[in-house]
Design a protein around this ligand. Sequence first.
Ligand SMILES: *[C@@H]1O[C@H](CO)[C@@H](O)[C@H](O)[C@H]1NC(C)=O
Length: 366
Amino acid sequence: MKRRSERGVAPPPPLGEGLAAQASPGGAGDPPGGSPRPRRSWPSWLFRTLILHLFIIYVSIPFLIRLFPALLAKFVFLNIVAFPFVDFGKPELLLNHTVNFYLTTEPEVTIGVWHVLPGSRGIEAQGKDHSWYEESLADNNPVIIYLHGNGGNRASGHRVSLMKVMSGAGFHILALDYRGYGDSSGYPSETGFTTDVLYLYDWVKARSGNSRVLFWGHSLGSGVATNVARKLLEEKGIQVDLIILESSFTNIREAAAHIPITRIYRKFPGFEYLILDSMALGDIFFHNDENVKVLSSPLLILHSEDDPVLPMHLGRKLAEIALHSYANKDKVKFVAFPEKLGLAHENICSDPELPDIVKDFLKNIK
Ligand SMILES: *[C@@H]1O[C@H](CO)[C@@H](O)[C@H](O)[C@H]1NC(C)=O
C-alpha cells in the first residue's frame, strides 16, 4: 500500500476530467496546447455512471451469494437457459426411431424422457407403439442413461449429436430432463436430480432384462451419475454396469474455482469464503471425488485437452483418485482427447473413435 502512494506522483485530476479527456479523440486536427479542456459532457457522465454501477454490481455479487446461497443455484444449474425451444413430444424432428414419455418421480414432479433405439432396430421400429419400445430394452443391446450437464435441455445440439452417434453404435439411449429443465416440472436441486435418475434407473431395470445399463454423465451430469451410482450401491447393493464421465470434475467447489465465469473473481478478496464456500451453504456438492472412492463400477473418464470450461486436469485428478482407491485398477480408464482435435467441452462425440473406445472398454470389463 505504501509503495503505491509513493508512486502516485501527480494529484488526481478533478472528477470527470480524466474520462472526458479520454473521450475526446486527441487527433492530429486538434490545435496544440491552447484549446480549452472539454467540459463534462453527458456521454462521459453516462460512462462514469455505468462504470460505477458495474463496479457496485461486481462487488455486491459475492456478498449477495454468501447471504443468499440459493442464488448460486441459478448459476450452477442454469435451467433458466431454456434453449432450444422444441416440441419435446416430437423427437422425430431431431432423431429417428425415438419416443417421448413422462415419468412421475415424486408426487409433484414429472420428468420428460426420450428413448432412442439402437440404429440397427430403426426399420422394424417404424409404426411401433410405446409398449414395443419398452419391450425392446431387453434386446441385449446396452442401454445408456444419459445425464446432461447444466443449461439447455435434452434437445440441445451436442446432446442430440451424442445420441445419434451412440444409437448408431448399437446402444439404447434414455435421455431425461431433470426436474426444472425442458418440459419437466419442479425445481432443480442436487438431491432432486438423484431422485429423478434413481426412478428412471428402476424403470429401465424393470424392463431391460439382461441388457447392460450404464450411466453417461456429461459435465455437471457426471456429478449426478456418481451420486446416483453411490446411492444405488450403498442403499441397495446394486453396482451399475458402467459409468462414463465426460468432461467431468472432482467436486463442484473445485470446478467453480476453474470455470471461466469465476475468473473475474479469483483475485477478489474472500473469493473462497464468499463464493466457493457458498456452494455447500446452497446444498450443492456434486463430490465425484468422494463418490468414486466408494464405487466399484467400471469407470471410463473422457476429457478433451482443450476443454475451456472444465480444464482436463480436473478429469485426470478424478481418474487418479479412482485408480488409487479401486482394488481392480483395470476398472478405471482415463482417455484424453488431443488438443488438435479441438473437441473442447461438448464435442467428444464427434470423434469417430468414441464408439469403439466405449465398446472396447465394455468388452474388457465383462
Ligand atoms: C432419419 O434417417 C434418414 C435416413 O437415414 C435420414 O435421411 C434423416 O435425416 C434422419 N432424420 C433425422 C431427424 O435425423
